[in-house]
Ligand binder design. Sequence first.
Ligand code: FES
Ligand code: FES
Length: 167
Amino acid sequence: MQHQAGNISKTGRSATIPIRFNLNGQKVEIAVDPTERLLDTLRYRLNLPGTKEGCGEGECGACSVIIDGLPANSCLVPTFQVRNRIVRTIESIPASSLQPMLETGATQCGACTPGVVVTANWIKENSGVLASHSMRALMAGNLCRCTGYDGIIDGLEKWLGRDGGRS
Ligand code: FES
Ligand code: FES
C-alpha cells in the first residue's frame, strides 16, 4: 500500500511526515500530519473502518489495535509514532472469532465489539497473562454500555476453550 501526500507549508518545510510501517502484514508508506491520529489514518485514509471511535479520549477501548504486540488505544496515538512498527487491527482477526461471542450475547449494539475482539485475541495469543491477571482485569480497558459484561466474559472463555467462571 502506498499513500503519499507531501504537503509543503508556506515556510517551504514539509508539513507532513513520511513514514513506513507494517499493517496487518502489509507494508504501508504514507505521509501524515503530525497531529493525525492512528484511528483516523486507519479509518479514513487506509480504508479499515473496523476500528471504531467511541470516546476519542482513551477511556473506552473501542479503538483498540495492537502495536508491536501490545494493545493500544489508536485514538491516543499520533500516526507518526508507528513509524517502523507493526500494527494489527480487527481486520487481521478471522470473522469466525466472533462466533462464541454471538452465542453468549456478548454483542448487542456492537459498538464495542471490534475493540473487545482485538483485546480478546491478544489475550488468546498471550494466554500466559491469565496466570497473573483475571479475564475481567485484562478486559477492563474495553467498556460496553449494553451487555453488563457477563456475556462478553462468557464468550471469551468459550473462545479460549475454558470452562467459564466469569473470573
Ligand atoms: S475511542 Fe479510543 S479509547 Fe475510546
Ligand atoms: S454491545 Fe453495545 S457497547 Fe457493547
